[in-house]
Design a protein around this ligand. Structure first.
Ligand code: AMP
Ligand code: GLY
Length: 431
């Protein structure tokens, strides 16, 4: 098959690497890609959000299958347009991508179909929102309804903070249109976990779990980011917990989406809070996680194209069971100094080639490019993803940081404690 991958981050580099390994892939293109993806795919100079240009390219270049990485084009209807053109696509159609595109839609679906989640209300009126904040009390969570690049969530510790967030969002100051409707919900206290499944509209196959580190600084401090590191599987995952997640959350969601005539085909990425042992849904994403995908795909032994194509063509029930490496994989994100705030672009990165022959270490690129002289430079906030894989999580962490130490990039930084919860839990257990 001629395959077109859409996106430009570390997630897409991991997908490109996995797709390129498949015997089903004759030729891989990536729009727009990054400096690392070019090792596996031909660069296509079209942005991930330019739907008409992507559809035109796919038609003109005899693309047999399109794999969409990021959420924006899915929510904007890329999969719908490709299907209309008769091209199989991995990723949900517009109506199904609402699961990520509208937090209010997702909450209403949960309420209607008894999927466990935090108590909530949907508002675009300041007075009613204010009354609900007083009713629920603090801590309390305020969310912009629409996509806000991972920044549309405020955890307010006091009523005052909550009311300030409500006002800023509803006035359009904070997130523009994405915040013109908000969801206000109960704060859940527990341990966070991400769980992934691939659905084909009717049925699904469970993938695996991961845990990411959303805060920018060590010890989970500082502002939220897209993710500074992740590891898979999550350390406290058990077969019983997995069964509960599948039975009470994933299965009813796939059935609910089918019943609502919005069949969901693509990745269901469930952000979960485990409260006293009970999984509750925080939110859904309609795509793979970034950086969770990087360690996850290091562990996948099955052919990824078979999985993605079966999802796109409604044939998951014929797919043989997936095989996973039982080793742990851990990914450290190197970001531009200043991220998630302002940062400089175009700073030189050296040493990447030193990671090529390291055992159990893999480098995925995110916001990278080569300048005219062929030097690797940063063009985004999150820039390099270094994954270590080993029998034990602590060893995987050691390998990832050994990889990081080879990178010479004075304008970059990373957290030094990715995986700390898992490692601390193991030490506690041993003690
Ligand atoms: P989101 O952008 O929806 O992934 O939310 C970002 C982060 O906010 C999540 O990863 C959680 O850590 C936190 N969060 C969101 N909703 C809640 C909630 N109801 N209770 C506690 N934490 C939450
Ligand atoms: N790492 C969080 C996300 O992909 O949304």
């Amino acid at each position: 098959m001629n395959i077109l991958l859409v996106g430009s981050g570390g997630r897409e580099h991991a997908l490109a690497w996995a797709i390129a390994k498949s015997s089903k892939c004759t030729k891989l293109y990536c729009a727009p890609g990054n400096a690392g993806i070019e090792e596996h795919a031909e660069h296509v100079d079209i942005g991930a959000e330019d739907i008409p240009a992507l559809v035109k390219f796919a038609k003109e270049n005899k693309i047999d299958f399109v794999v969409v990485g990021p959420e924006q084009p899915l929510v904007a209807g890329l999969a719908t347009e490709l299907k209309k053109a008769g091209i199989p696509v991995f990723g949900p159609e517009k109506a199904a991508a609402e699961l990520e595109g509208s937090k209010g839609f997702m909450k209403d679906l949960c309420a209607k179909h008894d999927i466990p989640t935090a108590r909530y209300g949907r508002f675009h009126n300041l007075e009613k929102a204010t009354a609900f904040v007083h009713e629920l009390g603090a801590p309390i969570v305020i969310k912009a309804d629409g996509l806000a690049a991972g920044k549309g969530v405020i955890i307010a510790m006091t009523i005052e903070e909550a009311l300030e967030a409500v006002e800023e969002m509803l006035s359009g100051q904070a997130f523009g249109l994405a915040g013109s409707e908000i969801v206000i919900e109960e704060f859940m206290d527990g341990e966070e976990l991400s769980y992934f499944a691939v659905a084909d509209g009717k049925t699904f196959v469970p993938l695996t779990s991961a845990q990411d580190h959303k805060r920018v600084f060590d010890g989970d401090k500082g502002p939220n980011t897209g993710g500074m590191g992740a590891y898979s599987p999550a350390h406290f995952m058990t077969p019983e917990l997995e069964e509960t997640i599948i039975e009470t959350i994933i299965k009813p969601t796939v059935a609910a989406m089918e019943a609502e005539r919005r069949p969901f085909a693509g990745v269901l990425y469930a952000g979960l809070m485990i409260v006293d042992g009970v999984p509750k849904l925080i939110e859904y994403n309609a795509r793979f996680g970034d950086p969770e995908t990087q360690p996850m795909l290091m562990r996948l032994k099955s052919d990824i194209v078979d999985l993605l194509y079966a999802s796109a063509t409604g044939t998951l029930s014929n797919l043989p069971p997936l095989e996973w490496d039982d080793e742990a994989a851990l990914c450290v994100v190197m970001a531009s100094k200043g991220y998630p705030g302002k940062y400089e672009r175009g700073t030189p990165i050296k040493g990447a080639s030193a990671l090529e022959n390291m055992d159990g270490v893999k480098l995925f690129h995110a916001g990278t490019m080569k300048d005219n002289s062929g030097t690797l430079i940063n063009v985004g906030g999150r820039v390099l993803n270094i994954v270590g894989k080993a029998q034990a999580i602590e060893e995987a962490q050691g390998k990832a940081y050994e990889g990081v130490s080879k990178i010479n990039w004075p304008d970059g930084f990373c957290r030094s404690d990715i995986g700390w919860r898992a490692i601390a839990a193991l030490k506690n257990k041993a003690a």
